[in-house]
Write a protein that binds this ligand. Structure first.
Ligand code: ANZ
Length: 819
């Protein structure tokens, strides 16, 4: 197995890199910072007890290759690593074992760090950060205070998702649908709605910019689309319907104001505040029973399109402001309180849900839009765009125009107006947990007050007991001496969600030891200019959570002058999921998780790195195959033997016969094609094709009797981002004294890239009948086809049978023709 001494050279180079601080990035003012910068960032891991998996390694290998390549291209590269170290699992472990989450977390971090170092990743460890560090969360708290001061953090009593198993509330983004009802994203535990007093962040104030600025970034279209859907912008109108006999009106939100003449009833969400006032006495019992029944359901269940519709009448009527008709008012659970105004005008002729409801309860259906290609309205429900009809002043207008005309009419009459709605909700930002950032808030006389900035950080108190708490109380509320202040104030006992620390960590790497500011403006402008992080690599599972929250905080920091770019991450790349050998998702329950530690021991880091990249295109999903490691391993051993040979005592020394002459033209040609291809591929992050090209070059070299330094040196440089340990060792074996980390990237000679031409002789039955100038490398079939098409040859062959064609590559074709 051990085809070359990776077990000796890998730890050796890792030590040298560490001791000589080879990968330290220079901040402005330090030598090295005059170079152009390149910031390549990984999504930092949550240090779980399971250690790194092959999926982490895929992303980290890709980013490391880019970092190493960019250094050799003359960039001052920032490539940092840190730990997203607050979070639930460590706390649950503490509840189960009594071990403090800090201890578990430290242990896991040490394990992760050792694994990462064993892979030879070129991180600048002097910038390592940890979200649980008071010196770090001081600034998380600081950002919260700025949000609080500007009214973007507030307390609300809101129906929230509560997870009894995890004993905490969760954000909308942390809930998944399931056949048994909604569950927590982490652990898949059932969740329920509960009204609780919570901290909220006003992310909705940024909805428009979060949407529009997606156009500024180079991200996968699928991720942009997920964010767009999550933000869910809808243009439409708010329309007021007066209630007959009362001094109130109900406002609805609709995206189809053009269908107002077809609105034949109103529906309110059962929890709408006006329900009680509008309900007729004879309907009250039924209405209240229905409200209680609905309270048990989640929004998710209620908006199931397939579910049968339910609802009850309030017994009262509203006036359609356009047709002046009396229309009945109902409540139904398919109308959600959390969206729009919590009330709708029902247009059964043009909305499927309304149609289903109207059919069930015998409510009138009135068509007011016909398809553009037909003069009659369709029989059933037609939800598409078309031409307005039976709508007086709208008649004949196409939907787009009809919407505008109706909005103008509504605004003129003062009964409605154009509005934009977002599906995005404010961000539920508090958790009833211990292992998180404390809020820098003190309650005095029922009012939340900011802790002065000079008193930050508000330290998380030590705890010794981790027994579970009952009823959704925050564990910190038990720490009386921490909570209760001498002046009667009480500290906020909720903690921040895990997303808080990861919202801005990429900024702390720029200036990790700064005690005066979260980042100095000079460091921020140098590293983040002009478009932010140059390349961000991580899993697609963060499409809406981390990536949306971080964009929100970044925009806020931009508004208050802390950062200079509107977007944090210019280019985002998602590594594809690596499946188990069996083609299934790797998971404990399938027992198909691959542990990288064993592979590292058996094959070494360079092989694992090369293999990870050779699996296929970075962004594609691909199955793992442990057998597949043999190929890359043998390839590296072959490169090793091009330079080294083993003596009788089993010692490897540089081959004595390396030629210092110029290599033959055909060898130089392949070399330069390889330089060109590997360079282009690295720019495109197409790692697997770069490796394939290097394999072609190495195959060609293995066939030669001599090896040339002028070929081996560039080969080693090209391969070094992929297999850095092996290449450093060979580089020094060739007599170089410096690490190749900053050696100049080879450049392809354009003269050697051009296809070489040759003069081909064309014979008929051994007699020269023509000549052609064509690529020397043409294969038999291509050359034959070209020759046959030449008029002077065609004439000799026409009407005769070609019995055989003699082919001498790059030189000659001889057609043997019969009579
Ligand atoms: C009348 C109408 C006529 C509608 C028609 C649609 C088609 P999006 O695109 O998701 O924004 N709606 C409004 N608020 C609602 C709520 N709280 N719960 C459930 N449904 C609600 O959808 C907007 C449309 O969804 C609105 O336009 C409203 O129905 C409904 F031919 O109003 B429409």
């Amino acid at each position: 197995r051990r085809a070359y001494p990776f077990d000796r050279i890998e730890p050796k180079w890792q030590r040298i890199w560490r001791e000589r601080r080879v990968f330290r990035a220079a901040n402005p003012g330090e030598p090295g910072a005059q170079k152009p910068k390149y910031y390549v960032l990984d999504m930092f891991p949550y240090p779980s007890g399971r250690g790194l998996h092959v999926g982490h390694l895929e992303g980290y290998t890709a980013s490391d290759i880019v970092a190493r390549y960019k250094r050799m291209r003359g960039f001052n590269v920032l490539h940092p690593m840190g730990w997203d170290a607050f979070g639930l699992p460590a706390e649950q472990h503490a509840i189960a074992t009594g071990i403090h989450p800090r201890i578990t977390t430290e242990r896991n971090i040490a394990n992760f760090r050792a694994q990462i170092e064993a892979m030879g990743f070129s991180y600048d460890w002097s910038r390592e950060i940890k979200t649980t560090d008071p010196g770090y969360y001081r600034w998380t708290q600081w950002i919260f205070l700025q949000l609080f001061r500007r009214g973007l953090a507030y307390v609300a009593e809101a129906p929230v998702w509560y997870c009894p198993a995890l004993q905490t509330v969760l954000a909308n983004e942390e809930i998944l649908p399931s056949p048994e009802g909604p569950v927590s994203e982490r652990g898949h535990h059932p969740v329920e709605r509960r009204p609780l007093r919570q901290w909220m962040l006003r992310i909705t104030a940024y909805a428009e910019r979060l949407l529009a600025d997606l156009d500024l970034v180079e991200w996968p279209e699928s991720i942009k689309e997920m964010q767009r859907n999550w933000i869910g912008r809808s243009e439409g109108a708010a329309i007021r319907f007066p209630i007959e006999g009362k001094d109130v009106s109900v406002e609805v939100f609709t995206t189809r104001p053009d269908t107002l003449f077809g609105a034949t009833y109103l529906v309110l969400a059962p929890e709408h505040p006006l329900v009680s006032e509008i309900t007729r006495p004879e309907c009250r019992t039924a209405v209240e029973a229905y409200q209680q029944e609905v309270a048990k359901k989640s929004d998710l269940e209620r908006s199931e399109l397939s579910g049968g519709k339910t609802g009850v009448s309030l017994g009262s009527f509203a006036i359609n402001p356009a047709s002046r008709e009396r229309i009945p008012v109902w409540i139904a659970d398919y109308v959600l309180m959390s969206y729009g105004t919590g009330a709708i005008m029902a247009v059964p002729a043009h909305d499927e849900r309304d149609y289903e409801f109207a059919t069930l309860f015998g409510l009138p259906v009135r068509s007011v839009v016909r398809p553009a290609d037909s003069s009659d309205p369709p029989a059933r429900c037609f939800s598409g765009e078309g031409i307005a009809c039976s709508s007086r002043f709208l008649d004949g207008l196409p939907t787009r125009e009809a919407k505008k005309a109706m909005i103008a009419w509504l605004e003129e009459k003062g009964v409605g107006k154009r509005t934009v709605q977002y599906r995005l909700r404010d961000w539920l930002f508090s958790r009833q947990r211990y292992w998180g950032e404390p809020f820098p808030i003190i309650w005095r006389n029922g009012k939340a007050e900011a802790v002065p900035e000079t008193e930050l950080p508000v330290l998380l108190p030590e705890r010794k007991e981790f027994s579970p708490e009952k009823g959704g109380f925050a564990p910190l509320s038990q720490e009386k001496s921490w909570v209760e202040l001498p002046d009667g104030g009480r500290r906020e006992t909720n903690t921040m969600p895990q997303w808080a620390g990861s919202c801005w960590y990429y900024l702390r790497y720029l200036d990790p030891a700064n005690g005066q500011a979260l980042v100095s403006p000079v460091a921020e402008r140098y590293w983040m200019g002009p478009q932010g992080v140059d390349l961000y690599i991580g899993g697609a599972e963060h499409a809406v959570l981390h990536l949306l929250y971080a964009r929100f905080w970044h925009k806020f920091l931009y508004d208050i002058g802390v950062v200079s770019t509107p977007e944090p991450f210019h280019r985002l790349v998602n590594q594809g999921i690596i499946l188990g050998e069996d083609g299934r998702k790797m998971s404990k329950s399938f027992g198909n998780i691959v542990n990288p530690d064993g592979l590292l021991r058996e094959y070494g880091a360079d092989t694992v790195r090369l293999f990870e990249m050779f699996l296929g295109p970075l962004e594609q999903m691909k199955p793992w195959s442990s057998q597949g490691l043999e190929g890359p391993h043998r390839f590296l051993a072959r490169v090793w033997r091009l330079v080294m040979e083993e003596d009788a005592e089993g010692r490897w020394t540089p081959r004595p016969g390396l030629s210092t002459e110029e290599a033959p033209l055909e060898v130089r040609r392949i070399l330069h094609q390889t330089i060109r291809k590997v360079t282009d591929d690295l720019e495109q992050l197409s790692f697997h094709t770069a490796i394939a090209q290097m394999m072609i070059l190495v195959n060609a070299l293995t066939r030669q009797l001599v090896q040339w330094r002028c070929v081996l040196e560039p080969l080693i440089l090209l391969l070094s981002p992929f297999a850095p340990h092996l290449c450093e060792e060979l580089w020094s074996a060739l007599g170089q004294t410096d690490s190749l980390a900053y050696a100049r990237w080879p450049e392809a000679d354009p003269r050697l890239l051009a296809e070489e031409e040759a003069e081909w002789v064309i014979q008929i039955n051994g007699k020269v009948r023509g000549r052609m100038t064509a690529a020397r490398s043409l294969g038999r079939e291509e050359a034959e086809a070209l020759a046959r098409r030449r008029p002077e040859i065609e004439a000799w062959i026409e009407g005769k049978s070609v019995q055989k064609v003699v082919f001498v590559p790059g030189k000659l074709l001889n057609f043997v023709v019969g009579p």
